[in-house]
Design a protein around this ligand. Sequence first.
Ligand SMILES: C[S@@+](CC[C@H](N)C(=O)[O-])C[C@H]1O[C@@H](n2cnc3c(N)ncnc32)[C@H](O)[C@@H]1O
Length: 371
Amino acid sequence: MKVLLQLVQGFRLFLRRLHDALAPPELVATEHMTGFWRAAALGAATNLKVADHLSGKLDGMSVQELALHCGADPNRLRRLLTALASIGFFQVKGERVFHTRLSACLSAGSTTPEGSGQIGKAVEFQYRVQWKNWNELAGVIKTGLTSSALRRGLEASDPEAGRHCLFREMDGSAQEQNLFHGAMESVTELSKGPLAQAFPWEQFSSIVDLGGGSGAFLSHLHTRFPQSRKTVIDRPDAFRDIDDKSGIFFQEGDFFNLAEAKSQEVLAVADLVVLKHILHDWSDEDSLRILKQIHAQISDNATLVVIETLSGEMEGDLIASFADLEMMHSFQAKERSLEDFQQLFESSGFRLTQSVVTLSPFRVLVCEKKQ
Ligand SMILES: C[S@@+](CC[C@H](N)C(=O)[O-])C[C@H]1O[C@@H](n2cnc3c(N)ncnc32)[C@H](O)[C@@H]1O
């Protein structure tokens, strides 16, 4: 299946290039220029919880009934669904609306044979939070500031400007923080199976996930390898809605200040520290600060695992290239190549011992302390 998918993806890239070479360039530009229409329509459907209301309804629902559940105007809802049906999400047949394979993954409780699902949370985060940041992209590229700094009217000379990132901005909104953590859970949901298989997690007795959010990744590991003690260290907003029956420990902490007593205590006995999807949110300077903080607190034979997507790995990979822009406008940060990570590790006292390719967009980078 995986091989077939890779073949189809290669073929799709080839066809896209062939199309772009033959079609009038204005047509190609128009298709790209309207990309945000599709994102907005998906976001609106997620916001209205269309997929959740349709979930499990094998005979579909009438537009009227669905509109009632969504609190929407039936005619306008039909127009939204007709547009989405043109890209494969939902099917509208006469008066009835049905799920398709694609639209089903938008519902909150969805699971698919691939083990993915819950992407609706990420769709909603993009629609309601990231939208406004993408809108500032030209200014971000001109000034070197983040979108949120620009919206606050900060100037490059202002010392506040360099520190003003999406995390800071979301501090003012519990709703946006919840959407953010929900989106992170979606990404974990898509990759947790392959990541659990890619590394011998069972060989460790005390695992700390720094910036581990609401604990989705550690919870998954705990279902497969329950024998180890597992702790998430993160900001308090990450734990707001957690299910404390997950069997893992949550501890408030700041990865820029791991000398704080409680973090120190947990890290001193950890034999494995995980940084999953963290360093791409930070500049080289801040990433080095985080890595050096970890280096100072863990024992000499502890292992550090960094889980990230690597830039420059796959030609024509739109998501990877555009994720780099998202890191730029939201965090003044970037996606990195393997060589970039190697340099960060070397400069912070670590040595990369293994780079494990996984059946997910993520690479598992295994490091030890240089002795
Ligand atoms: C991109 S998310 C990744 C979450 C999780 N590791 C995952 O892979 O889904 C970044 C995480 O870093 C956390 N974070 C941001 N600043 C932090 C800090 N100074 N100390 C600890 N955690 C922080 C955020 O709350 C968030 O959970």
